[in-house]
Design a protein around this ligand. Structure first.
Ligand code: SAH
Length: 295
């Protein structure tokens, strides 16, 4: 293929990718033109469903005064929709091959700042909204990074379905765990809808879910921080009654005598309930008492 052909195809592509609903064939064409083979190790699955993009855009309610952060911009498909509506888009992408595509696809937008780097190593800028189809493999650290020190009003994020289920799980279910309790301490989480894995190309191994996160915008209390530490031990024995992992924590982790540990336990409620059944507030109640006893 000669140079002229490529140039022609590219300019045609960038117009089409915005107006046409056939995002799948355009995505494949773009990958081919730039000779890019998607990397599983970077969770590279690119959005090809116009309906999913519309839902994400509607949920984000973006206005021209908004600064929007996008994590893992990929081929810039969602980025273009964001840039049409926002005052400014800050898009982070780690893969230098995709940076080339992004510079090309987004060349007509002067309101997009591209940042080449690893989202887990970058200090997030202060923005109004975070809107992203996330790299699924690092959902957990990204989510903790976002909600522990929130620098945005709300986020609209696509996760793998089972990760989203864990974020909003009810006590007693198999999805309920430390992530659920942490999310409820830091944020309010709404699972908006599930979507097929075929909204992405190449499709990830499982279906996905769109989630809206409203951070609580307050720093955690000492009790809450202590609870996060404690939960690591408690959920490693999620099916046991609270008494057993708690005693283990006091004796083995805090090096207390058995006698002192038993005295502490005598002040604690829910000892006969199974770890997996305690609500976030009940955990907090337990953490408060244990922490006070340890001081
Ligand atoms: N948001 C795009 C791409 C989703 S695929 C879309 O909807 O089409 C996930 C993207 O995240 C890929 O482009 C991948 O290269 C990028 N990515 C993976 N790990 C990353 C990291 N640590 N930091 C920044 N970007 C990352």
């Amino acid at each position: 293929m000669g140079k002229i052909n490529i140039g022609f195809l590219l300019s045609e592509l960038s117009v089409m990718s915005y107006f046409s609903s056939d995002l799948l064939s355009e995505t494949k064409r773009l990958l081919k033109l730039f000779n890019i083979k998607p990397k599983k190790s970077l969770s590279q699955s690119f959005v090809v469903s116009i309906n999913l993009i519309r839902d994400i855009i509607d949920l984000s309610a973006i206005s021209p005064s908004d600064v929007v952060l996008e994590i893992g911009a990929g081929l810039g498909t969602l980025t273009q929709f964001l840039a049409e509506r926002a005052g400014k888009v800050i898009a982070i992408e780690v893969d230098s091959r995709l940076l080339k595509v992004l510079r090309w696809v987004l060349r007509d937008y002067d309101n997009v700042d591209l940042i080449h780097g690893d989202v887990l190593k970058i200090d997030f800028p202060l923005v109004d909204k975070v809107v992203s189809n996330l790299p699924f493999k690092i959902s957990s650290p990204i989510t903790f990074k976002l909600i522990e020190e929130p620098k945005f009003n709300f986020a609209v994020l696509t996760y793998q379905r089972e990760f989203a289920d864990r974020l909003v799980a009810e006590p007693g279910t198999s999805q309920y765990g430390r992530l659920t309790v942490a999310a409820s301490l830091f944020a309010r989480v709404e699972l908006v809808r599930y979507a097929s894995r075929f909204c992405f190309y190449p499709p990830p191994s499982v279906d996905v879910a769109v989630v809206k996160i409203y951070p609580k915008m307050k720093s955690l209390s000492d009790d809450e921080r202590f609870l996060l530490e404690l939960l690591r031990y408690l959920f490693s024995q999620r099916n046991r009654k609270l008494r057993s992992p708690l005693l283990h924590y006091l004796v083995k982790v805090r090096n207390l005598s058995k006698g002192r540990s038993m005295r502490i336990l005598s002040n604690i409620p829910y000892l006969e309930d199974r770890v997996r059944d305690l609500s976030p507030n009940q955990f907090l109640e337990v953490a408060k008492i244990v922490r006070r006893e340890l001081m």
